[in-house]
Design a protein. Structure first.
Length: 550
């Protein structure tokens, strides 16, 4: 029997394990310390053996001019590029109960009716997605003022500056910061007060002026007709308020239309842009697009983006348009006067329309005639096909607008046209486009009631109903049918017919009611060219929509 004071078996085992663990830990510690000492001694020995006496110090070389010449161009033109800061004081909204509301598809002067799809959803005019009336980069200043930033460039040493109308539009105060001028210490500077000389919303161009005691640096305008797709260009401006920022790219395309619209929903027909992939961002608006000769070939105006930043698709107003508008805005009237004969036409038409109406080689089909305008007084009517201007053949609507808008108000022009396949001429007096269309607004039909399926549902993919008498009088038409539904994937949807469109003619045959509509549609067969003459809600002019029935 063990003594009561003798350690138990369990105690001996535990003591033995503890002693073993302590011995192992001591051994590891000694090993680590020994390794560290040996490593340190070896490292020190190696360092003492390295000889760097033959190493040569680095020398910063002299500056070398690069071969592309970008820096030379920027040095020459940069001083003429300015930062524009605008302020708008919030005002209480004033509601005029007697004001007439203009529909999205209100007619335009000597131009096509707007497309059904609104591409402006994708084009952001440097407002940064902020509240309407703001500029490129909105910010709230003291007292709730809204501030915005843009760009511009000096074209006259006496302080005349070209920029975008949307940069200065609705601004109560405009300030210009010249290149090289310091900030106020808080990261911003209002700059020199500027005055608006004139604006042209049609082209989104504005001319402003600052007072100066000394001549200012200027930039030269080039000839945008000489710019070719693939040419190098530089965009200079103040993206996000970062003044004198330069980006490089090429001319991606010319004569690009982006279907922008004015306040009345009219397509801005005078906006044909140079497209570039030079990085353009909010704040670049109004800045120059410069070619390799250091001359302005365009003014940065818009971007195509879904991220509110540059995605390589920017648009600049060509310098040739800038020069013409600038010269008008600095004139005695400070406005641009454009000629008009008082017609409306559809900007784009399918080839089926051209074939059915017999002007496949070019021309413009009249959609509507403005009462009291030059065309109306000369006897022109909807459906007439304009083919010549003073004997010169008209290629399309853009060609017609470019010619007529440049003519002097009060002068006469000889218009050649086809009516019923016969060539005729008319002498038309040119009017002031702004005055001709000042009070013209579209009238839409009354709310339509659904109707049972009709004869065109199977062939065309639409149902129609009769147009109410009240709508006929508003539109000034004798009859027609209203589209009440369009089948997805049908022929009608493919060619652009929409619910609410009023069909007044099919293949040059009048549609006066449901019976006449059914009679015409019943004779249509696969492979036929089918052209509809329609009216759109809110527009007074005719549209010509067509395609080949499948």
């Amino acid at each position: 029997m063990e003594s009561p004071n003798a350690p138990s078996l369990l105690s001996r085992i535990q003591n033995h394990r503890l002693a073993s663990a302590f011995t192992l830990l001591t051994t590891l510690t000694v090993g680590v310390l020994a390794g560290s000492v040996l490593t340190r001694n070896v490292g020190a020995a190696e360092q003492q053996q390295v000889n760097s006496s033959d190493a040569r110090p680095l020398v910063i070389p002299s500056p070398v001019a690069l071969s592309n010449g970008f820096s030379t161009i920027v040095k020459d033109v940069g001083p003429a590029v300015v930062n524009i800061n605008t302020e708008e004081i919030p005002k209480k909204a004033i509601v005029n109960p007697h004001a007439r509301r203009n529909g999205k598809n209100a007619p335009g002067g000597d131009q096509g009716t707007p497309d059904q799809g609104d591409m402006q959803d994708f084009f952001n005019r440097f407002f940064g997605g902020q509240a309407p009336g703001g500029g490129d980069d909105d910010d709230s200043g003291p007292g709730g003022e809204r501030q915005a930033l843009g760009s511009g460039f000096i074209v006259d040493s006496r302080g005349y500056i070209i920029t975008n109308n949307h940069v200065v539009d609705k601004a109560d105060r405009i300030f210009v910061k010249l290149a090289g001028e310091p900030d106020d210490g808080a990261g911003r500077m209002q700059g020199h007060p500027a005055t608006v000389i004139g604006v042209d919303p049609e082209t989104d161009i504005a001319v402003i002026k600052i007072d100066t005691k000394a001549p200012l640096p200027t930039i030269k305008l080039g000839n945008s007709d000489g710019a070719q797709v693939g040419d190098w260009v530089l965009a200079i401006g103040s993206p996000f308020g970062l003044s004198q920022t330069v980006s490089a790219g090429i001319v991606s395309a010319k004569d690009r239309a982006i279907n922008d619209r004015d306040a009345n929903g009219r397509v801005n027909q005078f906006q044909k842009f140079i497209q570039t992939d030079a990085a353009i961002n909010p704040g670049n608006s109004g800045g120059p697009l410069v070619d390799m000769a250091g001359q302005v070939v365009g003014m940065n105006t818009a971007i195509y983006t879904q991220s509110m930043g540059s995605q390589g698709v920017g648009f600049a107003m060509p310098s040739n348009i800038l020069a013409k508008v600038y010269n008008d805005l600095i004139g005695p009237t400070h406005k641009v006067v454009r000629g008009s004969i008082g017609i409306q036409f559809q900007a784009e038409q399918s080839s089926a329309v051209n074939r059915v109406y017999g002007f496949a080689s070019g021309g413009v089909i009249v959609g509507s005639v403005v009462p009291g305008g030059g065309a109306a007084k000369a006897g022109l009517k909807p459906g007439d096909i304009l083919v010549t201007v003073d004997g010169r053949h008209i290629k399309n609507g853009d060609d017609l607008v470019e010619d007529i808008s440049a003519r002097r108000v009060g002068s006469s022009v000889e218009i050649g046209y086809l009516r019923g396949g016969k060539q005729q001429t008319a002498s038309v007096v040119i009017g002031d486009r702004a005055k001709v269309y000042a009070d013209l607004a579209g009238a839409g039909p009354d709310q339509d009631q659904p109707a049972p399926p009709d004869a065109g549902q199977t062939k065309l993919g639409i149902t129609v109903t009769a147009v109410p008498a009240s709508a006929l009088s508003k539109l000034g038409i004798a009859g027609g049918v209203t589209v009440t539904s369009v089948t997805p994937g049908s022929f009608a949807e493919d060619i652009g017919l929409s619910q609410g469109d009023i069909i007044i003619e099919i293949n040059r045959q009048p549609v006066t009611d449901i019976a006449s509509y059914n009679a015409i549609v019943s004779r249509l067969k696969t492979g036929d060219d089918v052209v509809f003459v329609t009216r759109i809600k809110g527009a007074s002019g005719n549209n010509f929509i067509g395609g080949t029935l499948r």
